[in-house]
Design a protein around this ligand. Structure first.
Ligand SMILES: Nc1ncnc2c1ncn2[C@@H]1O[C@H](COP(=O)(O)OP(=O)(O)O)[C@@H](O)[C@H]1O
Ligand SMILES: O=C(O)C1=C[C@@H](OP(=O)(O)O)[C@@H](O)[C@H](O)C1
Ligand SMILES: [Mg+2]
Length: 169
């Protein structure tokens, strides 16, 4: 069993939103590793970061991704930082991996009103987002089999683009 599509990319790229729409379009189940982590920890992501620290969150996330890849056959969305784990990147090698990209301005705009992402809750979200993109873009591209730039697309158009790209592979 293997997910039809694994969806990754920076916060605000639309992994959760587009992943759900893609799953609905295909008539398959949707799963999000962030939700699995919250269920396992029994508390919200912001609390895990505050109480237990980011390394504890990353360990839970690595486990949730491994389980999702092994158990789920629909669309699996990852958290934006899941690719920081070399073990996760190695596990993604055999999968159809969709990288949803978003630039700094649009990414900050989309995530700006939410307090749910502790990494972006600092004083300078633009600088934080830029540093995050610089560090992670090579990692997303290392594992991606399909890349879609979402900046100028509505979520349903992103689904169209993913499926059009998938037809070509
Ligand atoms: N293509 C898009 N165009 C406009 N807004 C979007 C798009 N994709 C997602 N959003 C919005 O951006 C916010 C973050 O989306 P989300 O799916 O949670 O991203 P991620 O899971 O990648 O962090 C949500 O408010 C969502 O409605
Ligand atoms: O980029 C990150 O490191 C994170 C992204 C979040 O998920 P989304 O990318 O779905 O917002 C969530 O996993 C956590 O707040 C850490
Ligand atoms: Mg998400």
């Amino acid at each position: 069993m293997s997910p039809r599509y694994v969806v990754l990319g920076p916060p605000g790229a639309g992994k959760t939103t587009v992943g759900q729409l893609l799953a609905a379009r295909l008539g398959v189940a949707f799963r999000d590793t962030d939700e699995d982590v919250v269920a396992t920890a029994g508390k919200p992501i912001s609390d895990i970061f505050t109480t237990d620290g980011e390394p504890a969150f990353r360990a839970l996330e690595e486990e949730a991704v491994a389980k999702g890849l092994a158990e789920h056959d629909g669309v699996l969305a990852l958290g934006g930082g899941a690719v920081l784990s070399a073990a996760t990147r190695a596990r993604l090698a055999a999968h159809t991996v969709v990288f949803l990209n978003v630039g700094m301005a649009e990414g900050v705009r989309r995530t700006g009103l939410s307090t749910a992402r502790p990494l972006l809750a600092g004083v300078n979200p633009r600088a934080t987002f830029k540093a995050l993109l610089d560090a992670r873009l090579p990692l997303y591209r290392e594992v991606a089999t399909i890349e879609v730039d979402t900046d100028a697309l509505e979520p349903e158009q992103v689904v169209d683009a993913v499926l059009a790209r998938a037809d070509l592979t």
